[in-house]
Ligand binder design. Structure first.
Ligand SMILES: Cc1cc2nc3c(=O)[nH]c(=O)nc-3n(C[C@H](O)[C@H](O)[C@H](O)COP(=O)(O)OP(=O)(O)OC[C@H]3O[C@@H](n4cnc5c(N)ncnc54)[C@H](O)[C@@H]3O)c2cc1C
Length: 140
């Protein structure tokens, strides 16, 4: 894929869970236009027990991004949330939603794809597998 400047290089990420958010952040970091479909952190918010404490340690609970401004620590500082270990699920859900907002206004948020179809949204999606080369370039 080229550098993401043309209309044909727009990428859609299906699902706004931690990996989807991270993929979007890294693509955006490479200058690729990204649209994210899905309710942010829906699986965590709706399908896991309230009050659950994360099994993963704090250091492994950062959502990966090309820059350091969207770490778990940065979220807690920004939101005035006291750091805790293990991490409460509610904090992680809010962190994911804050992370999505921090991706910036160029990122459009859409509801779940099936619902878009019901509303006859003119959405056309071509799925492309990308590989990150050792030099840091995305290739299809
Ligand atoms: C009880 C439990 C505890 C866990 N604890 C931990 C832990 O402590 N630490 C840890 O690292 N991992 C933990 N995991 C694993 C963790 O949930 C997954 O590794 C992680 O959620 C994967 O992230 P993801 O972004 O790939 O997927 P998800 O978080 O599942 O996100 C995918 C999203 O895509 C959405 N989606 C699906 N289809 C569509 C569509 N067509 N259109 C729009 N949206 C769509 C879904 O609704 C969902 O919100 C736990 C899992 C469970 C079940």
């Amino acid at each position: 894929m080229s550098q993401g400047k043309s209309a044909h290089s727009r990428v859609v990420v299906l699902g706004a869970g931690p990996y989807g958010l991270s993929a979007a952040a890294h693509l955006k970091g490479k200058g690729v236009e990204v649209r994210i479909f899905g309710q942010p952190m829906a699986f965590w918010a709706d399908k896991m027990p309230a009050g659950m404490l994360l099994r993963s340690p704090r250091v492994a609970s950062n959502i990966s991004a090309p820059e350091r401004q969207t770490t778990l620590d940065a979220f807690e500082t920004s939101a005035g949330v006291p750091p805790r270990a293990p991490l409460p699920i509610e904090t992680f859900v809010e962190y994911g939603r804050w992370f999505l907002a921090a991706l910036g206004p160029s990122n459009e948020f859409h509801p779940n794809l099936p619902r878009s179809r019901r509303h006859n949204s003119p959405t056309a999606i071509r799925v492309v597998m990308l590989k990150l080369s050792p030099e840091g370039a995305w290739r299809s």
